[in-house]
Design a protein around this ligand. Structure first.
Ligand code: IVH
Length: 665
């Protein structure tokens, strides 16, 4: 008996950890399939040995995604999840259970199972009134302001015939294309990558600033209506109606009668889903008639009238041969797994991303391990697990390196960060080359060259920092192997042309850690020449909208390094632009000088962005959050209740758009 108890305790502990990794850290270390397998093992044991029941067992709850900073709202109808199946035999069992339970004719609606964040939307008199995440199933986060930014969610319903009040549930998704772009940008900034679109999407939905949410172009699919007076007794027919009211309902939804039809649907979509713009991880089957659904009812956790079938992620097993470490331009160290080549969904996989030290430790990786590799649609495959049974006791545990593999400097890690850095930014070769390469890119200085150009010029000893580019002569370059006179001249011409690149792009080109294109633009407007930026304190910097402590600290650190100041001074002598252009400056006034203004809500005359630029153009500071230093709150419709309360409690004057425009007259 003791052994059973031990087994149950171990499973509970493991599952609690995986729940935490998934919901809190957004960094799962095992696949859903393995998680569900362990959960099933636990529930089976708990059913067999009810004496070990525990209300706090991970089997007794759906994972919570509650975030402290959003208002908690109870769900009118609990938000349940579905029982999972992985085999056709289990689908047949479900079908036969339904058949037996109903003892009547029935239809099954087949739907795609979208892999995003579930959401419940309430509509009253055709207007969106509330959007709540699942949370713990009983109550969730009120994310209405963020959901309003999602274009595919109607704020007002089309047509007529919708119930006076109803809820519609579905999934918020980040399309693959947006996910790829964001990760590309994060990779360029050497920031931690999102593991998949689900994490990226749920992270976005929990942003405090709806503008960031809007910029991330989230999408949605709705699949479940709840209310007292829905139009028909058919789930499928109601979805068709919902489509007419303006909701995004999947065209893949299909009404089936027989098991054969259901299997044909599953087989078709298992292949075809790879061409969809968003992630799916299975199929959902639902009994169509609402009356029949009611008759079948629920078990303690799941509806008896619906079930999910999860697709198996394409997986391969191979050997971990070694781990190598790449050094990026900001000194960020990225561990990469070198694998014995293995075929996976049509391509040969040799390498897999290992993200950071925590990821390696959570897998407890050893060299020579047999590892499971998956390609979830992402470009870089990843290791999702280890077959520990195959491990040889002499195989060494993978220990994250302590020193830079390129220059030998001991690595450092900032508190609370997952990524190690090589601090030797002056003489660590990949950092120098990486910074110069970044400087050349199209969005930065747009100079005609890439990795190879930098490699040649660096190896020839011509360049050791970005300022050296401006002393290059075409005659010297053309003397190098593989350089024709024409390409040498082209390079030098484009270097010379780059002196007219505007200030905000020069700021981006400097390659300050965490200063991407958008941040550089904001900095340029708030600190119209580089001397002002250099003199800015953490406090000054964090007054700027969307600039937090992390970015501010990185900027201050950059300007406290004499090497960087020397490079900037040299660049200045070559004529690079270190101040905002005349025309932008000409439009500037000082009417709002010294004022810190927080914008909240939606406006009629101008957009939020336009108001933000007006504040900045007129010498004011646009700040994201209300504090005792806030001078005014510029409030539109639907100002967030938390902000309103805070402004009132601090006695900060609240003005509307007309008041604000008068201040600029
Ligand atoms: S129906 C009571 N339909 O999968 C039934 N869910 O484990 C409510 N999901 O929490 C859910 N696509 O987040 C349903 N077509 C679909 C779905 C779907 C994705 C998600 C949803 C739910 C989970 C079920």
């Amino acid at each position: 008996m003791d052994q059973i108890k031990h087994q149950i305790d171990t499973l509970r502990e493991e599952l609690n950890k995986h729940n935490y990794d998934y919901y809190v850290l957004s960094a799962p270390t095992i696949s859903d399939f393995e998680f569900d397998k362990k959960l099933k093992e636990l529930t089976d044991l708990e059913t067999q040995y009810p004496e070990y029941f525990d209300p706090n067992s991970p089997s007794q709850r759906v994972g919570s995604d509650i975030n402290k900073s959003f208002k908690q709202v109870p769900h009118k109808y609990p938000m349940l999840s579905l029982g999972n199946t992985y085999t056709e035999a289990e689908i047949t069992d479900f079908y036969n259970r339904v058949k037996k339970g109903l003892n009547d004719d029935f239809d099954i609606v087949c739907e795609l199972k979208y892999d995003g964040t579930s959401i419940s939307l309430t509509y009253i008199n055709g207007q969106l009134t509330q959007a709540v995440t699942r949370g713990d199933g009983v109550q969730g986060d009120d994310v209405t302001a963020n959901v309003r930014t999602i274009r595919s969610i109607p704020l007002r319903l089309h047509g007529a015939g919708y119930p006076a009040e109803f809820e519609i549930r579905g999934e918020i998704l980040m399309p693959w294309s947006v996910f790829d772009d964001i990760n590309k940008e994060r990779a360029e900034q050497e920031e931690a990558l999102f593991a998949n679109p689900r994490n990226a999407g749920s992270g976005t939905l929990k942003q405090q600033d709806p503008k960031i949410v809007a910029s991330r172009k989230l999408d949605s699919y709705l699949y479940y209506l709840l209310g007292e007076d829905l139009p028909t007794d058919g789930h499928y027919e109601n979805l068709i109606k919902a489509k007419e009211w303006g909701f995004k309902i999947s065209d893949a939804t299909k009404k089936c009668k027989t098991l054969d039809e259901i299997f044909a649907y599953i087989h078709y979509w298992d292949k075809e889903r790879k061409n969809l713009p968003v992630a799916t991880d299975g199929i959902v089957l639902k009994v169509n008639s609402l009356t029949q659904q009611k008759n079948l009812g629920f078990t303690s956790k799941f509806p008896r009238w619906a079930i999910a079938f999860k697709f198996q992620a394409e997986q391969a097993v191979t050997t971990l041969e070694s781990v190598s470490y790449q050094v990026g331009r900001t000194g960020a160290i990225t561990p990469v797994a070198n694998l014995r080549p293995v075929k996976l969904s049509g391509t040969t996989v040799k390498r897999a991303s290992l993200y950071n030290e925590d990821y390696i430790n959570s897998l407890d990786l050893h060299i020579n391990d047999q590892v499971y590799v998956e390609k979830g649609g992402e470009i870089i495959p990843k290791i999702t697990g280890v077959d520990v049974a195959q491990r040889n006791i002499f195989d060494a545990k993978v220990e994250f390196i302590k020193d830079c593999p390129e220059c030998g400097t001991p690595l450092v890690k900032d508190e609370g960060e997952a990524i190690y850095y090589c601090p030797n930014d002056v003489s660590c070769p990949p950092q120098i080359k990486g910074r110069i390469e970044h400087f050349l890119t199209r969005k930065a200085m747009n100079i005609a060259g890439g990795t190879e150009t930098v490699e040649h010029l660096y190896n020839a000893g011509y360049i050791r920092n970005i300022a050296d580019l401006y002393t290059l002569k075409w005659q010297d370059v053309s003397r190098l192997e593989r350089w024709a006179e024409k390409s040498a001249k082209n390079l030098i011409d484009s270097i010379h042309a780059s002196v007219s690149v505007p200030y905000e792009r020069v700021l981006f080109a400097l390659g300050i850690r965490y200063v991407g294109e958008t941040v550089a633009k904001k900095l340029a407007l708030a600190f119209p020449d580089i001397d002002l930026l250099q003199a800015a304190t953490i406090e000054d910097l964090t007054q700027v909208d969307e600039i937090g402590d992390r970015i501010a600290q990185s900027i201050v650190k950059y300007f406290s390094n004499p090497n960087n100041l020397e490079v900037i001074n040299k660049l200045r002598t070559f004529g690079l632009r270190f101040e905002l252009s005349e025309s932008i400056i000409a439009q500037r006034t000082e009417k709002l000088k010294g004022l810190s203004i927080v914008i909240s809500g939606t406006f009629e005359k101008y957009s939020r962005d336009e108001y933000k630029s007006m504040i900045e153009q007129n010498g004011g500071k646009n700040s994201g959050s209300i504090s005792s230093k806030t001078s005014y709150v510029l409030a539109g419709d639907n100002m967030g209740p938390a902000k309103l309360e805070k402004a009132k409690s601090l006695g900060i004057p609240i003005i509307n758009e007309d008041d604000f425009l008068k201040m600029l007259e």
